[in-house]
Write a protein that binds this ligand. Structure first.
Ligand code: ZN
Length: 222
């Protein structure tokens, strides 16, 4: 194993514990309040974590455009792809950038608009009862070590606050319509990182997805 540090090495910063306050905000995240949210219905609480990927323009990393989209201030003239996004009103609770930078747009106590038409174990409208985390990335290339490190810390903090038992992907709750986080998201690594911790709570990873879909994903990874 090479010891050579590369740009995907994980600074100590990324392993620092994160917290979620009583209002659903992570004080360690860069906070940008998005208007694209509302209250969870009928006192619904977060019972599910949904993992996504996003990049704007697709396949390009590091720009301000994801946050701009979530805050309805995207410059639609900045790239030809953006024209089709004009009527979109979306958000996610969190974005983890390629370098592990954590951004928060919606309180985890509120309903972000990340999942769209979706169903988890037969229960529809996953936005009502889920927290959405976007990894800056695509369906076509690996995510970074820094992203896995921050995702783990964020999962720990959110699970500690809300006590949910299920983590899944957008593709699993909207099969046929959505493909993210995609075949390059390493569910086994994520689950192993979680389970390596002493006294970890039991979490079901990729839960709620049809078995057929899980088998298909396994084959892609081989
Ligand atoms: Zn998604």
């Amino acid at each position: 194993m090479s010891q050579r540090p590369d740009r995907h090495s994980v600074p100590d910063l990324h392993a620092a514990p994160l917290t979620i306050d009583a209002d659903g905000w992570c004080p360690q995240a860069q906070q940008h309040a998005s208007p694209n949210c509302d209250g969870r219905p009928d006192d619904a609480v977060p019972e599910l974590l949904v993992i996504h990927n996003i990049s704007l323009p697709p396949g390009q990393f590091g720009g301000p455009f994801i946050g701009d989209l979530f805050c309805n201030r995207l410059d639609y003239e900045a790239h030809a792809y953006f024209d089709q996004l004009r009527s979109l009103r979306v958000s996610a609770h969190f974005v983890i950038q390629r370098d592990g930078q954590l951004l928060q747009f919606v309180s985890a106590s509120a309903r972000a608009w990340h999942a769209g038409i979706s169903s988890f174990n037969g229960r529809e409208r996953c936005n009502d009862f889920s927290i959405g985390i976007e990894l800056e990335g695509t369906d076509f290339e690996p995510f970074t070590d820094a992203q896995y490190a921050v995702l783990l810390q964020l999962t720990i903090a959110l699970q500690h606050r809300y006590g949910f038992a299920d983590v899944t992907g957008h593709e699993h709750i909207a099969p046929g319509r959505k493909t993210d986080p995609g075949p390059f998201f390493d569910w086994d690594r994520y689950a192993a990182d979680w389970q390596r911790r002493p006294r970890h709570a039991q979490l079901r990873f990729r839960s709620g997805s049809p078995k057929v879909k899980q088998e298909a994903n396994k084959n892609i990874r081989k």
